[in-house]
Design a binder for this molecule. Structure first.
Ligand code: CMC
Length: 428
């Protein structure tokens, strides 16, 4: 194993150190490159650039491995408990019974939102996209919790994190109710995290929503599978904003905005709309593949492909099995599941997808499970955000308490006009 690599340029050469992660992945440390050579590295989509060292999540894209704090994702699926995973990600190890109970209690204490937020909702257009609402209201948590705009000690981070994790599901449920013209349902302190979200989403003032274990487990599983994914687009956004020492609320609101994009979390909505078009006869599965392969067509096979996974996305494998299980438990069927299976089969036999190593990702089957739970399509990406929040907080915290972290500030290769003269307006 090499400890350094040699960079030869012209008649000079320098040695660059090689770092190794816990699992042995090598990385050339170029942090001194510009100071020593005057050159920078060029990596436009950051596909070859590590921006930090992190102890939170490990992914091996070639082998389809995903681990939270060292624990394989598959091991969280038997009796899924999202709050346990939240604690693990943010605090670095599995909680004991007392720690879990204490943190759950803190979530319960913080489940209400300030009444001012309720009035904010009344000013939002009924048809406003829920992701726009979520980012705006997460930012505005800073109005009401100004004591957490600077958090330096562990206890303040715990308190700020608990407020965000707890209130996000109340905000999400209120956003959904607002879009449906339904009254807000307040959280019920007797209910667990996911059950409480389902209650706020689906109860009505005179009838309590009946929570079944299979639906509660399915939601726990969905949130767990989305809980962290190392330096993806929204998490890197949270780190970028947080590196300026921006507060946790502002940094996570920026993460929500990044997640909204259809190439990222917004893909779960695109997948369902694509499957619905196939079901309704507007598009065939074969058309989908043809459009996706046509470089003049912006259409993509949503829910397929991943920057890191080159074999399979373990989250998609778990979700596909969960869909089959939950539909069997509910004794129900969804034609979209059959269409998704057929589309997957066709794509996996198509040389375009095979050669490019494009496989179903987490968004391919998540929407089908969310539909089974009863979540409306416009709330899918919001559910992704609720799930991803502990990851954003854990990554923000890791960066925030690292004494060596600096403001993130990439360089560029300038490709604009050379120096030119300013021409006064009357001479142009
Ligand atoms: N449909 C058609 N072609 C695709 C797709 C797709 N879904 N994904 C990748 N390609 C093509 C891409 O155009 C490129 O072709 P060529 O080599 O001819 O130029 C080739 O495959 C390699 O692409 P890549 O470098 O692997 O892709 P990337 O890393 O730039 O982008 C991605 C990753 C996830 C944005 C992309 O695969 C995509 O747009 N997928 C559809 C959107 C989606 O499902 N997003 C959710 C991602 S997983 C959860 C999350 O992060 O939110």
């Amino acid at each position: 194993m090499v400890d350094t690599v040699t960079l030869i340029y012209g008649d000079k050469q320098i040695e660059l150190p090689v770092l190794r992660g816990t699992e042995g992945d090598p990385a050339i440390d170029v942090s001194q490159l510009r100071a020593r050579t005057g050159m920078i590295t060029y990596d436009p989509s950051l596909a070859n650039t590590g921006i930090c060292q992190s102890q939170i999540t490990f992914i091996d894209g070639e082998r389809g491995i995903l681990r939270y704090r060292g624990i394989p994702i598959e091991q969280f699926t038997a009796k899924p408990n999202f709050v346990e995973v939240v604690w693990l990600l943010i605090f670095g190890r599995l909680p004991n019974k007392e720690e879990l109970a204490e943190f759950s209690e803190l979530l319960t204490e913080n489940e209400l939102v300030h009444e001012g937020i309720k009035y904010q909702f009344q000013r939002i257009p009924v048809d406003a996209p829920p992701m726009a609402i979520l980012s705006a209201i997460v930012t505005s948590l800073a109005f009401y919790h100004q004591q957490f705009l600077a958090v330096e000690d562990r206890e303040s981070i715990v308190q700020a994190a608990a407020r965000l994790i707890s209130k996000v599901r109340t905000i999400a449920a209120f956003a959904c109710r607002r879009s449906q013209g339904l009254p807000f349902i307040y959280p019920d302190p007797k209910l667990r995290y996911c059950a409480n979200f389902l209650h706020m989403m689906f109860s009505i003032p005179y009838r309590q929503y009946e929570i079944t274990p299979e639906v509660e487990d399915a939601l726990n599983l969905l949130f767990i599978l989305h809980a962290d994914h190392e330096q993806n687009c929204s998490t890197s956004t949270v780190r970028l904003v947080g590196s300026a020492r921006a507060n946790l609320f502002a940094s996570c609101a920026a993460g929500v905005c990044a997640l909204w994009g259809p190439l990222h979390g917004g893909a779960n909505v695109e997948v369902i709309q694509m499957l619905e078009r196939i079901r309704d006869g507007g598009l065939s599965a074969e058309d989908c593949l043809r459009h996706a392969k046509d470089k003049d067509n912006p259409f993509r096979l949503y829910g397929f492909g991943h920057r890191v996974y080159r074999n399979f996305d373990p989250r998609a494998t778990i979700l596909k099995a969960a869909c089959e299980r939950v539909f069997a438990q509910m004794n129900r069927n969804d034609p979209l599941l059959d269409i998704a299976r057929k589309l997957e089969e066709l794509a996996l036999a198509d040389p375009y997808f095979v050669e490019r190593q494009l496989y179903p990702n987490v968004d391919f089957y998540s929407g089908i499970l969310l539909r089974a739970i009863g979540i409306p399509t416009n709330m899918f990406t919001v559910c992704f955000a609720i799930g991803r929040l502990p990851g954003w907080i854990a990554q923000w915290k890791e960066q925030h308490i690292d004494p060596t972290s600096r403001i993130l500030r990439p360089r560029q290769v300038y490709a604009g006009p050379p120096e030119s003269r300013y021409v006064p307006i009357d001479q142009r």
